[in-house]
Every structure is written in C-alpha cells, then in structure tokens.
Design a protein. Sequence first.
Length: 267
Amino acid sequence: MTEAELTVLIPVLNWEDTLEETVRRLRQDVAGHNVEVLLIFDVTKPELREEIDRGAGDLAERYGTRALFRTDERGFGSALRYGALNATGRAVMPVMADLSDELSAIPQMLARIEEGADVVVGARYVPGGKIVGDTPKQRTSRFYTWLMGLLTNVKVGDASNSFKMYRREVWTAVDPVADSFDLSVELVVKAVELGYRIEYVPVTWENRLIGKSTFRVARELRHYGRWLAYAMVRMPSRWLIVAGLGLPLVLRARYRRPLQRSAAVGS
C-alpha cells in the first residue's frame, strides 16, 4: 500500500450536519494527492451509535474515509491525539467539520511540507489572512496570538488556529498531552522549542453558520494560558528579558526542564 502524503483528522461529536459537505469539499480540493481522511467520532449515547455507524459507512463508501469511534472519552484534543496514533500519512493535519477552514489552502500547505517545512500554520492574522464573522472568540484569539508574539519567541502568524499541518515525526516528538482545543497551541509552541522549521500560509476562516460550537472562551482561558506561561518561561522574548520579567518566570520549577528532541526523529 502506498503511504499517504497526508492524514486529515476530523473530530466529530456524535454527528455534524456539515460533515458530509466538509468531506466532499476536502476531496475536491485535494484531488490528485494521496490523502487519508480519518473521522474520529465521540459518541455520547449508546443509542446514537447505530445511526452514526450508518452515516460513517456512507461517507466511507462515497469518499473513502476511515472512521474511529470513542464512547468513553471526550475532548477535541484527546480525539486528535487518538486519531494521530492511527494516522498513516507522512503529515498530519486537523480539520474542523463545520466548514470554517479554508480547505483549498491544503495543497499549498502540503507543498511547503514537501519543500522542507516541518509545520505549516494556516494563519488568519497575517497579510492576506482574514476571518469572516468576527466574534468575541475570534477577537480573543487574535489578541492571544499578538500576546504570544510579544512575550515569547513563538511568532507563527496564528498561535491558536487548529488548521496546521505537521510532519508526523514532529507530532510524535512533541507527544502532546492537551485534551482540549489548546492542543493546537501546545503542538506549535513545543515544535518551536524543539527547533523545527515553522512556516505559514494566509488563510480565511469563516465562523460556523450551522450548529453550535463546543468551544467556551471562559473555560478554555486557563488551558491556553498554560501554554503562554510555558512559552514565556522556556522561550521568553528579548523584550520580556530586558524588561526584567523573565527571571522570576524562569525560576519556576514547573517549566524549567527543557524539551529534548529525540535523535531518532528527523529534522
């Protein structure tokens, strides 16, 4: 079997009304590339399983997707970690099932990987990038990326967007632990720390029009905050050090030990 160029991970809580359209557009936009599409279903009630099985089977037949099912775990990040363990592609990329991501950017991002990038960020907050449907969540996300760039050396164009592509060995080397949406930040922060080559492409992100997001700003603040603190300690910006704010943070034992990049993992 030929190794896939890319595994796209799509986490789904029970079912998403826009899932079929997401998969259809994805297949259209990556035509000509060998892309594995892996759906990770978190099933919240046993009685829903039969219907979800039918829907997953239909998608597999028509679009060549592969499905994984979880009934005893929850979480965006944990679903992606589970999916990555089962990925076969040389690169791995999360995609949302709500049509918010610019799927047409994937071939360009894949080309960057093939040219030597280790991580390619789909960046909304750079020239050429934008968001449609600005909300408090998006404004918080923009501020978070600005703050990360100001206080740390993690300058990646969009720290919080989940729409990022990783060489599979990068994901393995980082060995993420986050269970929630902050997995996207953990992966890129630790990839920077390990010295991987990070690039970005501008993308347009559209706020969902159908269904409800499970993301809650107040609940996620502490999750995102820990990776900002981590980066401030391990990779403080020159401005932070000069301002004298880095020293007390560096002394914090929790984040003192540096990550070690495995010699077995290619650069």
